[in-house]
Ligand binder design. Sequence first.
Ligand code: F6P
Length: 376
Amino acid sequence: MNKHIGILTAGGDSPGLNAAIRGIGKSAINSDRMDIIGFRDGFRGLMENRTMRLDLKVLSSILTLGGTILGTSRDKPHKMPVGEDTVDMTDVICDNYYRNNLDVLICLGGGGTQKNAFRLAQRGLNILTLPKTIDNDVAMTDVTFGFHTAMEIATEAIDRLHSTAHSHHRIIVVEVMGHNAGWLALGAGIASGAYVILIPEIPYDTIEVAKAIRKRQQRGNNFSIVVVAEGALSQVDYKTYSALKEEKIKAKEEKDSKLKKNISEELKRFTELRSTNTLRLSQELEEMTGLESRLTILGHLQRGGTPSAADRVLATRLGSSCIRYIDEGVTGAMIGVKGQGTEAVSLEEVVGKRSIVPQDHTWLLSARRVGTCLGD
Ligand code: F6P
């Protein structure tokens, strides 16, 4: 009897999702042992039992498409917005898994999706996941699909900003996505030859950045590109943020739920304010260096459009290898990238961790060697 495989895509969309859906779907159909069905809009579609047929005709035209043909959402099974409320819909999701006679559910997503998928695995569902995000911050995999494409897009955009910064003798501060990890900013910054790269892993000192730009001015270069990861913090803000986080842990240990709630709200306000950090930085650099400064936020451009060749290959590799792991009876695991191969890593090992740029990472060391200012 054929195995029934379900697929959903959750969290922020990312180039390569359709290539992965195609990789899973075609490999399943070609195996003659598996049927495949898609659920729309992430865990919400599974909760509402909204499905999509994934036959060879549908799968044949999607390799190069950006986004996800299944749609996505950030809804969590245990905290599903329903009307005005947030409801735990895990039971309904489990019922729909069985109603569709699923043998395995494959969830394609980033860190949040790995966590939600793990919760379903703990409820006894057979779950596999793939690591997808432009942020490249999923633990226990060498890389995530979507990252390479986003790095290409950001690099091309920064290259274009370079010529206008040069013509106008300006500083251009470019904000790049990446959540709390600096992979995207660092990769695109190095590739585009940015003079300053600021990432969350290295809290920055604005005075040091201004000093570096002035030094460059003295060498006759009256323009600078400053690439900033959206999660980068100044040393001052980093101190406030770390103190709040520590207080939250303490409140949790002391089971002081009121204090914990207050601190969580403060942390939320602090994170929301972060969106103004790059504008503040741009203004401060203008004041400190006397050079005009402009801010460009690349935003969702970085997630849109057709995946790069590298992401198409990676997503196809990961998607098609799922079928092999299903045949081997692997469950409760993320199929991660390990060198030239893949590896099934228990979801328990994946959740609660994040991949950030290590201080001794070769990309960081190379950036320093070529004279890039990292803000410290
Ligand atoms: O996780 C991918 C990502 O693009 C992050 O880089 C960014 O912080 C976030 O999603 C943006 O989320 P949304 O699309 O929900 O605004």
